[in-house]
Design a protein around this ligand. Structure first.
Ligand code: BG6
Length: 491
């Protein structure tokens, strides 16, 4: 089977202004991602990329190019040499900007726009710490850089309802909503997008995607990494804001939405936001907060820190499709495996024809549809078959679809790459709307006001034991039920 490539017009000519150009995200994802888009022939015909940072960490154009070259070598998929790299490198320049002195940036953007010629579009990507969003947006407004421009804003968008509302007000004073792209790179992942195809293109799945057939849903994103030296960011943020509000709730929106009238941005975002409106406010008693042993000794972490590095929670969606179906979400650092998995668990058939069916172990669990959305991703249906032999004994079986085996990958884009391309094309379908993010902070409010203390867990484990109690009488799909998954050995 081969992927059908939809021929697509390249985006209009652009000047991309990358704030936080010397930071971690730019180095790991954005600079390698922009180069990958260029190599895939997906960048505009004419474009320039202007890096920016405060004057204290300003670079010359040459230094910025060397910085990008190192980033592509370390984190990119292609060589940073040869004519293609040289042509890309020639598009890079740097302009420092402090709130009181944005002139170097204005000069660099002016020069880049003249070099492109013909009135290119401007896309400002705010890859800066959340505490700097408001001041950069205000500066864009004051200097006129915002005029006609689009803006990509990183996450987390606010830290609670009040701050998200205030940030939306600041942003809307400068950009109307049609030019705002609140990014969540999970929604750019192929297999998350594929949830829409799986659900709405298939008569096999669409009719059973509801409370009548599904007993519970899990969205599980354990990570093996710790905080990777990001103590400052993590102490302020914690796993609930960093992963759950930002990524897992967005995936939940895709899993739970009603069929949209179209896949256009307006319809898709409306349906996702309707799911958020129907979400039950989080009950702190249904949230387990954990912290890995050793976290408090990490450099830069408060020795008495109550920041969570693990969250497991139960929520529900109060609408006719999902009433009474628990949604269990879990994510944490320093856990036993890195996985990104949605699993839908089906009710058992009403008639018990198999009295010998095991009460424990994999055969007891019955049917599940599992979507692994870590790149490149796969989907598996788990069901029961008869074990060969004279007795009617059941054993678990699986049908798999694997992206990596079925499609040529050379144009497969990473989440960030796909979303930057969408922003250049002006397509907001996979970006979060202002009211959507505000509603997510609203449902989070009871937890944020009254969090239970963190419970310790050993690094390399699956979090505090309370997470098992939370999901009872069900079980987490990972790791036991997933022992033979294609991705189960992934470090
Ligand atoms: C980021 C979080 O948004 O997503 C990180 O800040 C997390 O803490 C990362 O590790 C996971 O993303 P990926 O690219 O590994 O799927």
């Amino acid at each position: 089977m081969k992927a059908a490539q939809t021929p697509q017009e390249p985006p209009d000519d652009h000047v991309v202004v990358l704030f936080g150009a010397t930071g971690d995200l730019a180095r790991r994802k954005l600079l390698p991602g922009l180069y990958r888009l260029d190599r895939a022939g997906l960048m505009p015909r004419r474009f320039r990329i202007v890096g920016s940072a405060p004057a204290a960490s300003a670079l010359t154009d040459e230094e910025f190019r060397a910085h990008a070259r190192d980033a592509v070598r370390e984190f990119g998929t292609g060589e940073a040499t040869g004519p293609q790299w040289e042509a890309f490198e020639a598009t890079l320049s740097f302009g420092a900007a402090d709130p009181e002195d944005p002139q170097p940036l204005l000069d660099a953007v002016g020069a880049a726009e003249r070099a492109v010629g013909g009135g290119p579009r401007r896309l400002c990507h705010l890859a800066v710490p959340p505490s700097a969003f408001a001041s950069v947006v205000a500066m864009l407004g004051r200097t006129g850089l915002a005029d006609g421009a689009r803006v990509i804003i990183e996450k987390p968008f606010g830290t609670d309802l009040a701050s998200a509302r205030a940030l939306n007000e600041t942003v809307h004073a400068v950009f109307d909503e049609s030019r705002v792209f609140r990014i969540d790179h999970f929604l750019g992942k192929e297999s998350v997008d594929n949830i829409l195809a799986l659900r709405f293109a298939n008569g096999l799945f669409e009719p059973v995607w509801n409370r009548e057939h599904i007993s519970h849903v899990q969205i599980d994103v354990p990570e093996t990494i710790g905080i990777e030296g990001r103590a400052g960011f993590f102490e302020e943020t914690g796993t609930f804001r960093d992963m759950v509000v930002t990524h897992l709730f967005q995936v939940l929106g895709f899993v739970a939405m009603e069929p949209p009238a179209s896949l256009g941005a307006q319809d898709l975002r409306e349906e996702k936001t309707r799911v958020f409106r129907a979400m039950e406010p989080l009950d702190p008693a249904h949230v387990v907060r954990g912290q890995y042993a050793g976290y408090r000794a990490e450099p830069g972490v408060d020795p008495h820190s109550d920041t969570e590095t693990f969250v497991a929670l139960r929520t529900g969606i109060d609408n006719p499709r999902w009433a009474g179906v628990p949604f269990h979400l879990r994510s944490g650092k320093s856990l036993g495996q890195r996985r990104q998995v949605v699993s839908l668990h089906f009710r058992r058939p009403p008639l018990e024809l198999f009295p010998d069916r095991p009460r424990t172990g994999p055969a007891a669990h019955g049917n599940a549809l599992v979507v692994d959305f870590d790149d490149p991703g796969w989907i598996a249906a788990r069901f029961l078959v008869k074990e060969p032999g004279p007795a009617m004994r059941l054993c678990p079986a699986r049908m798999d679809f694997r992206y990596a085996d079925s499609f040529r990958q050379q144009h497969g884009l990473e989440g960030y790459e796909r979303l930057i391309l969408d922003a250049m094309l002006g397509d907001q379908a996979l970006f979060t709307r202002a009211d959507g993010i505000e509603r997510l902070w609203e449902v989070s409010d009871p937890l944020l006001r009254n969090p239970r203390p963190v419970q310790p867990y050993a690094a390399g484990s699956w979090g505090p034991a309370a997470a098992e109690e939370l999901i009872a009488p069900h079980h987490w799909y990972l790791p036991d039920m997933a022992a033979d998954d294609p991705g189960s050995g992934t470090p």
